[in-house]
Design a binder for this molecule. Structure first.
Ligand code: AMP
Length: 575
């Protein structure tokens, strides 16, 4: 572990890791192959060998489906050794919203050790960029879910929950960290997300003068938090005024935590907060409510990029820090330039976390390369061999090399590989869609409107099929949206179409194989309802990301019930 009180020692560790990528990666692979050589999975390809060349030649590149039968056998009570040399102590649940179905990923202590190292590196990096980064408190919108049990009795939960409840997090925390959150752990552990969010925000308001950072795992959670505050600030102020928590907060650990923080009646603070919240526009509300905030910390890349404009609206000029890139399968990298603009964020891979390989994307050449051999500007799909039995596992993320820190490659997160929209023979990636929608939303600006969230759906039950985008709009001030300008929204449809790739435009304009793109405007709050729907299905709030493309009829129904108006593109895009 890096001792944060000794910054120079920490920086030396970072320099060592990033300067010896090839040696460290070779050692990591050797360690994993030696440990896993006798597992049923590896034995079938390597016959007990731990040789790198043989590994490259014989072990296939796989997806979750290839490992699932082994993972399920362990979940059902067979010994860990069928897949992993290290004991499996539980399973992580993936968010299930970023790339299809929820998965079970084997967990061992090495994962938690790596998570702690990434956590320490994050804070080390912040300490070199933000003066007094460790002063005051963080208002952290963090939600930990109780674990369920597999048939064999092993726990299954979310990565954040495991980590934050483990000794790797709880023990040897940097001293400032113990008391550094405005929310006591009772609030983070509350199983009811609404009660938990209410209490997080209420505690944050009560301690507003101490808050120096506002944090969540993902940008979408912070936007959701501020939207929630827009609906509940009056009630929270009444709680602060009377010193009494609302009756509907029934969770005992929430009640106890908040009562201690509320203390007694505080009419002066209630008045102050009401005065700030009771204004037409919530532009810059974060620094107004929490005036000592130095930065906002949450992931703003990939699917989260679409939340950046709203977050910037609430945050004014506060830096948005996108700290790291990680998944339930492995830790990947850290953002070494935390104060850079959201669009410039890259993550520097840490070579000791797992063994990383890269499949070139879109080059007609599928020779897989090692971390030490990736080339500047190229696009790759990430393949990981971790310490818990996943060998040459396709994570499903596409990354672009943007530079190197010492010899450690830095990557921009481009998109998830498998999220595409297609109604004919074209293939629209998540990145294409995000770019097209971002261009179209420029047209909303003069009317003081912003896109709160969106998703899409390939409408193929009628021919020709067409793209349906569901948009939830939000005004710059709280009057709500009085009327929709149909010319503007029809134009938005056209701009999305013009911005899609050449194949889409050809099928749409020349061949008529794709119908006019449609935007369905949904009521405010619809995407919160969609999230509630997914959470009721077992997704975790802490890891939730709006699916960029919806296919489940039940989820679509949540949107369909809230459609206010539909608009279609009225012209053919240029080929
Ligand atoms: P999960 O395993 O459910 O936590 O989801 C992991 C996935 O979330 C990754 O494979 C990425 O697709 C996405 N993700 C995690 N961190 C980032 C990041 N910093 N930027 C963009 N996407 C991310």
């Amino acid at each position: 572990m890096i001792n944060l009180t000794e910054k120079d020692a920490g920086l030396a560790v970072l320099e060592g890791l990033t300067s010896n990528v090839k040696q460290i990666q070779d050692a990591v692979l050797k360690e994993i192959l030696t440990c896993d050589a006798n597992t049923e999975y590896l034995r079938s390809f390597l016959h007990g060998s731990s040789d790198k060349e043989l590994f490259k030649k014989n072990v296939p590149i796989g997806t979750y489906e290839d490992f699932k039968p082994y993972i399920e056998r362990v979940a059902n009570g067979e010994p860990s050794e069928i897949i992993s040399g290290k004991p499996i102590i539980g399973f992580m649940l993936t968010s299930g919203t970023s790339g299809g179905k929820q998965k079970l990923i084997p967990l061992n202590n090495k994962y938690l050790e790596n998570a702690r190292l990434l956590f320490d590196l994050r804070y080390l990096v912040l300490s070199t960029h933000v003066d007094g980064h460790n002063e005051g408190k963080g208002m952290q919108l963090i939600f930990l879910k109780p674990a369920s049990k597999t048939p064999s009795g092993l726990p299954a939960s979310y990565a954040t929950t495991y980590f934050m409840k483990s000794d790797y997090y709880v023990k040897n925390l940097p001293s400032y960290w113990d008391t550094s959150s405005t929310s006591p752990s009772g609030i983070k552990l509350c199983p009811d997300n609404k009660q938990s969010l209410y209490c997080h925000l209420l505690c944050g308001l009560v301690m507003r003068d101490e808050v120096t950072r506002v944090c969540a795992n993902f940008a979408s959670i912070l936007v959701q938090g501020i939207t929630f505050l827009e609906n509940f600030w009056r009630e929270m102020c009444s709680n602060i005024r009377s010193g009494q928590l609302s009756d509907w907060i029934t969770d005992l650990s929430c009640k106890d935590s908040v009562s201690m923080i509320l203390g007694g009646p505080n009419p002066r603070l209630a008045y102050l907060i009401e005065d700030i919240c009771d204004q037409k526009s919530w532009k810059g509300i974060i620094p107004q409510l929490w005036p000592k905030t130095k930065f906002i910390e949450c992931i703003v890349t990939g699917q989260m990029a679409q939340h950046v404009p709203i977050l910037e609206f609430y945050a004014n000029d506060l830096p948005l820090v996108s700290p790291n890139y990680a998944s339930s399968e492995a830790m990947f990298g850290v953002n070494l330039d935390p104060l850079c603009k959201p669009q410039d964020v890259s993550y520097t891979f840490m070579p000791n976390m797992s063994y990383f390989e890269f499949l070139p994307v879109g080059e007609g050449n599928d020779t897989i390369v090692d971390l030490a051999n990736v080339k500047l500007d190229r696009y790759y799909e990430l393949v990981v061999t971790n310490y818990a039995g996943l060998h040459r596992y396709r994570v499903g993320d596409v990354l672009q090399v943007t530079g190197f820190y010492n010899s450690a490659p830095q990557f921009r997160f481009v998109r998830r590989q498998n999220v595409v929209l297609s109604v004919y023979l074209e293939a629209t990636t998540e990145e294409d869609l995000l770019e097209a929608v971002t261009r179209a939303t420029q047209l909303l600006k003069p009317s003081g409107l912003m896109l709160r969230d969106f998703t899409c759906y390939p409408h193929i039950s009628e021919a020709p099929g067409h793209y349906v985008l569901y948009w939830e709009l939000k005004g710059n001030n709280d009057d709500g949206i009085k009327e929709l300008d149909s010319n503007m929204l029809v134009e938005c449809c056209s701009v999305v179409e013009e911005s899609l790739d050449a194949l889409y435009r050809r099928y749409r304009s020349k061949e008529g194989s794709i119908g006019a793109l449609e935007i369905r405007i949904v009521q405010q709050g619809t995407f919160d309802s969609l999230m509630e729907y997914f959470i009721a299905q077992g997704a975790s709030l802490a890891q939730y990301k709006t699916p960029r493309c919806l296919k489940s009829p039940e989820a679509l129904q949540v949107l369909e019930n809230r459609v206010l108006a539909c608009f279609f593109s009225d012209k053919l895009p240029p080929c």
